[in-house]
Design a protein around this ligand. Structure first.
Ligand SMILES: NC(=O)c1ccc[n+]([C@@H]2O[C@H](COP(=O)([O-])OP(=O)(O)OC[C@H]3O[C@@H](n4cnc5c(N)ncnc54)[C@H](OP(=O)(O)O)[C@@H]3O)[C@@H](O)[C@H]2O)c1
Length: 261
């Protein structure tokens, strides 16, 4: 199925590895003109080279920390140099640290707010003027915790719920501009972040990494972690011109893990 990108420009933040990179790769495979961003210039360059080698498409890199307003401003100055129109935006950032309620002070809450919620506000605010002529698509990468909060991830659980409220409201406000807005939620997808969380849990509970992973698989009907490309494929569809009617929804990519209707 041709998703109809035909060189349309899309921006994916936090895309030097993991789910952001997998989304960027899937988008490049579908013929989008991909701009990727993350904090590390070197990691970004490596990711761009890999995507270019796999797809033959040129990838633009712009370093930026999405938790910093001046970085987001500079990011969009560079985006505007690269393109006059942006068709798609994928909002992504690194996940907040694990920990219980009493382990976090105001600074931790503020950092999680800036990184995982306010970043989405700023990215969308800067993108909409670039989308207005031909409409567009916006996705935020959140977490299955929007349906079932995850023990030990209170910062993430709290910010993701805010993101979901924001995205639903945006889908209503931006519909008249032809902008479709959705949230995509990983369950357990095999990335460095998941490995680090499993490792931390193993250390906390005095278990091996393999034990923790085996226990974790018991919650997943498909009995395996997802692969990043399985996540990227859905992002590529939802962000595409071929998606003409899906907006205001939250999609789980979780192998059936979330036991909610
Ligand atoms: N993997 C899962 O199963 C899972 C489940 C639930 C939720 N999530 C959420 O999905 C998101 C992506 O997770 P992942 O598994 O792909 O993580 P990952 O493999 O650790 O990759 C994180 C990416 O984010 C970039 N990044 C981190 N902080 C950033 C910032 N402030 N500004 C810009 N870029 C930043 C990193 O690059 P630089 O270091 O170069 O900045 C890297 O490219 C996270 O929010 C995570 O919590 C993932």
């Amino acid at each position: 199925m041709d998703l109809g990108y035909n060189g349309k420009a899309v921006l994916v933040t936090a895309a030097s590895k993991g789910l952001g990179k997998a989304s960027a790769l899937a988008l490049a495979k579908e013929g989008a003109r991909v701009i990727i961003s993350s904090r590390s210039e070197q990691a970004l360059a490596d990711a761009a080279r890999d995507i270019e080698q796999q797809t033959g498409q040129k990838v633009i890199t712009i370093p930026a920390d999405v938790s910093q307003p001046e970085d987001v401003e500079r990011l969009f100055q560079e985006v505007r140099k690269a393109t006059t129109e942006l068709f798609g935006l994928v909002c992504n950032a690194g996940g907040p640290p694990a920990g219980s309620f009493l382990s976090f002070a105001d600074d931790d809450w503020q950092r999680a707010f800036e990184t995982n919620l306010l970043s989405v506000v700023r990215l969308v605010r800067a993108s909409v003027p670039l989308m207005e002529t031909s409409g567009g698509r916006i996705i935020t990468i959140a977490s299955s915790s929007v349906k079932v909060p995850i023990p030990g991830l209170i910062l993430s659980n709290t910010m993701r719920a805010g993101v979901q409220g924001l995205m639903k409201t945006l889908s209503i406000e931006l519909a008249e501009k032809g902008i479709l807005v959705n949230t995509v939620c990983p369950g357990r997808i095999a990335t460095d972040r998941l490995q680090a969380l499993d490792q931390a849990k193993a250390e906390r509970e005095g278990k091996t990494l393999e034990q923790v992973q085996q226990e974790s698989l018991q919650d997943i009907p498909l009995k395996r972690y997802g692969e990043p490309h399985e996540f990227g494929q859905l992002v590529a569809y939802l962000l595409s011109p071929a998606n003409t009617y899906l907006t205001g929804s939250t999609y789980m990519v979780d192998g059936g893990m979330v036991k909610a209707l």
